[in-house]
Design a protein around this ligand. Structure first.
Ligand code: ADP
Ligand code: 5GP
Length: 214
């Protein structure tokens, strides 16, 4: 497949009154501009769990829904967890420049639809991209102002145990995720902050502090 680099969003400048009020109620400063936050870390470290809790506390935060060629796991809903699409459809999105970033991970393609992120940012929202390392690197290039956060496991043993206990991936998919985890953890220092997800509440507080600082 031929790939061109993702085009930048046009602007990060519009206001959103509801978002400012929400942040003000939470005792944080009141943002006037949309913002992009990249959230990366090995599969099974707890990114989804942390983001669910964060959005429960701050419902106005937007979580971008990615497109993927992976099959849905039990319980996953199309359009909510991911847009589950064919490889042909994914490649057409790449060709048409519809993805902000994309990457192959453990044999499947994953990418961020550009249009919805652009709309949310232009409306002044804070948008979180939960994406793997290669995608995070692309966003670092196209959006140097985006905040980049990395979630670390307390240990590799605990990471493996979480992936297995989640019980939703086949053995070969688990192996590929664990091998990729070593590469991702090695790159953790590229990110603005590293958040260790040992105790969930402690990690959540670290995450809140990182997102709402200054
Ligand atoms: P990711 O989105 O990074 O792939 P998940 O959020 O699906 O990871 O979490 C993987 C598994 O680890 C889930 O079963 C989840 O309940 C569990 N988990 C997440 N955070 C913690 C934690 N702090 N302590 C123990 N288990 C956790
Ligand atoms: P999973 O199959 O476990 O849902 O996701 C596998 C990996 O793909 C995770 O590290 C997840 O963060 C990443 N991912 C999900 N959506 C995207 C995306 O749009 N772009 C990129 N680059 N990675 C993604």
């Amino acid at each position: 497949m031929t790939v061109s680099s993702p085009a930048p969003l046009d602007t990060l400048t519009l206001e959103a009154e509801d978002e400012r009020q929400m942040m003000a109620q939470a005792g944080h400063h009141t943002p006037r501009r949309g913002r992009l936050i990249v959230f990366t870390g090995p599969s099974g470290v707890g990114k989804g769990t942390l983001l669910r809790s964060l959005r429960h506390r701050y419902p106005a935060l937007k979580l971008s829904v990615s497109a993927t060629t992976r099959s849905p796991r039990p319980g996953e809903v199309d359009g909510q967890d991911y847009f589950f699409i064919s490889r042909d459809a994914f490649e057409a999105m790449v060709e048409q420049g519809e993805l902000l970033e994309w990457a192959e991970f453990a044999g499947n393609l994953y990418g961020t639809p550009k249009a919805s992120v652009r709309q949310d940012i232009e409306a002044g929202h804070w948008v979180i991209l939960e994406i793997e390392l290669e995608g995070a690197r692309q966003v670092r290039h196209t959006f140097p102002d985006a905040m980049q956060l990395f979630v670390m496991p307390p240990s590799l043993e605990e990471l493996e145990s979480r992936i297995r206990l989640r019980g939703k991936d086949a053995d070969d998919a688990i192996e590929r995720r664990l091998q990729r985890a070593l590469v991702e953890i090695d790159a953790a220092s590229e990110f603005d902050e590293q958040i260790v997800n040992d105790d969930l509440e402690v990690a959540l507080q670290h995450l809140e502090g990182a997102i709402f600082k200054d």
